[in-house]
Design a protein. Sequence first.
Lengths: 431, 431
Amino acid sequence: MVPHLVTALTGPINELEQRVLDSMPAIERWFRLEWMEHTPPFYSSVDVRNAGFKLAPVDTNLFPSGWNNLTPQMLPLAVQAAMAAIEKICPEARNLLVIPENGTPSSFYLANLAQLQRIFNMAGLNVRLGSIDPALKKNTTYELQSGETLTLEPVIRGKRRLGLKDFDPCTILLNNDLSAGVPGILEEIYEQYLLPPLHAGWSTRRKSTHFRCYEEVAKRLGKLLGVDPWLTYPLFDRCENVNLNESTGLACLQNQVEVVLSRVKRKYKEYGIKEKPFVVVKADHGTHELGIVTVRDAKDMQALQERIQTLSKGRKTPLSTHDFMVQEGVQTQERVNDAVAEPVIYMMDRYVVGGFYRVHAGRAMDENLNAPGAGYVPLAFEHSTQLPQPGIKPGVSAPNRFYMYGVIGRLAMLAASYELEATDPEDQEIE
Amino acid sequence: MVPHLVTALTGPINELEQRVLDSMPAIERWFRLEWMEHTPPFYSSVDVRNAGFKLAPVDTNLFPSGWNNLTPQMLPLAVQAAMAAIEKICPEARNLLVIPENGTPSSFYLANLAQLQRIFNMAGLNVRLGSIDPALKKNTTYELQSGETLTLEPVIRGKRRLGLKDFDPCTILLNNDLSAGVPGILEEIYEQYLLPPLHAGWSTRRKSTHFRCYEEVAKRLGKLLGVDPWLTYPLFDRCENVNLNESTGLACLQNQVEVVLSRVKRKYKEYGIKEKPFVVVKADHGTHELGIVTVRDAKDMQALQERIQTLSKGRKTPLSTHDFMVQEGVQTQERVNDAVAEPVIYMMDRYVVGGFYRVHAGRAMDENLNAPGAGYVPLAFEHSTQLPQPGIKPGVSAPNRFYMYGVIGRLAMLAASYELEATDPEDQEIE
């Protein structure tokens, strides 16, 4: 299925596309050299937004689900990349334990687990699913819509190892983002490979750290391409320890919103962009009851204030103090039919292995699409998957557009690699 | 296009397929461990024959052409594998020089060169084509059927490096099998990566060495699968220094033909195979005027003798003395429509990246298909390229059949790796 992208292939983004295509061998070599110094995350997915005048990631997931949305044509790439990843990290591996999200899995999430199991099985591993959800007391088998069955088994923790009954894995793959914190059952596992490492979980990660690293690598790519790096990154700032129960907390947020908005406005003016700038307020780590809030002007700030008041009203415990990030909003100019869409890029080891459009008919182009009601459409491949077609003028070749998305996706993955190095607790101890 | 394989998915080969599928993670792990100890050839293609009761390689090419026969769907896999190969061998590489065959290129070979250029360009290298043909004195541009153009440039040899005008490559890829011997212009290049190494050329290679190595790895895989390894390798023997001008030369060949035929007959008897056994006589290194001769019985031996007499008649120079290999013939039970077909598996680094059927309407199932008149049909992919589908009974799933072909192809590649180690002149000097 090829989505009908109304505006995807138009706009000033074409110049960026041309630069990216012209520099393809240089970009690939640059990534190659970076991966000599830095370890790519085991797997990742990146939400990218194409505003027509800029292209930037807005979220980098180090425990990606949604693998079921990849088409069968993309699967061999994922298997090959999984082979490359395993070969480097744990070539002797025989058994892989996948740890899913806690809670009762949705049919979508089950399909994701089945796909992960398929990929790693074909890459040469015996794969079983071990839940760390304390509510799962015994083996539980689910039937998928395809008729396949999947069994979630409760993990068994030994003194130094984690496993299942009659299954001692050498490698453990987390598909659980640990947003509720790192459970004790995963701590002090020194004899097995735990992928990604625990500090990739949301109890350690900070979005602002990720985007600071991203800005750094985007500036270096910008230099290589000879383009303003702002065309590939969102401006941002952060507020620490915001107590929404006190007016000082909101004041800090309001101040940062104004700072970031005015920086975005200057950039829009510089480029003659007529769109209305906006920022997005979101929790710096994990999630917050406040959710993701779009702020365009004073009116939205008022609405934010009212929302906080509503959330606070009649609660037993006050709203938790949290760090917030205020980030330049990147609207999406992509459409699949009439619904707003954003590309999501999937990577395994250092390779782009596929992607799809997240489509949401009920949302606007400056809103978060990762919300109930979203649909998924495979990235359009007519002939050659993500492979670019040099010599074709920008803006008319879907593969060239997707190649550029893949470059931005990998740039975010590289930033995640920098981020994980900076936050590695083992490195901290050495200092 | 999906070829209609009349008999591909029937026959006792199904038991082998079942064993291969059941052992998938163990096979993949075994290859992974082998590649920790042995370096895969940079690229390779393997002709495989499925006799219905056995499946074996009959030719392993370390300078594969025909990359143009891969479908666009396979290209991303080739690019990803090329990235992995370059990353390991020469991550800093910026420029790649491809050395094509000598002589005026056919339109097919030009399409092959264009495909190689495309693959390595997308993997992040500037690619140019440098001919070592002394007849090519100046840059020569050819137009392809697609309308693309390709330029062959004469190489320029410096004291220690090989390059082109204004092009100093760090890596040189040979797509020239050096069957006429290693030219001086390629010798003593110590500062650049030369891939594959010179001793992979036909001036050093011996088919019998390759198949001895293949037998060794096939026996180990057989043990892993719990099957008779003869189901995956052809029996063979060799005659050294055969002088076809003397009757003693022919007598040696005749003797070995009888020895190999009787070994094959015993095996056919053991398995109750009703087919007529045959052997194939071919030059042990490179090619010989005699060509590839199929011998089923005394009558064919008589025909061989007459052929030698015809070749010898009225010559100024006698037929050259050569080593010959006498190899168990593996008939092919594959058909695309009514034409006899054999799968050819393409590999880059350690990965199967694609393949196709070599089809020859004018040849019989016990004859060589790599001859004028052959056509090429992409391997059948309905949904998931080479990815196997566990749980489906053997003989009905094309992907499962192709997975088995890929295992045999990689087994031949592993044998080539052993072979190149055994014949590495640098290792010989150390001894």
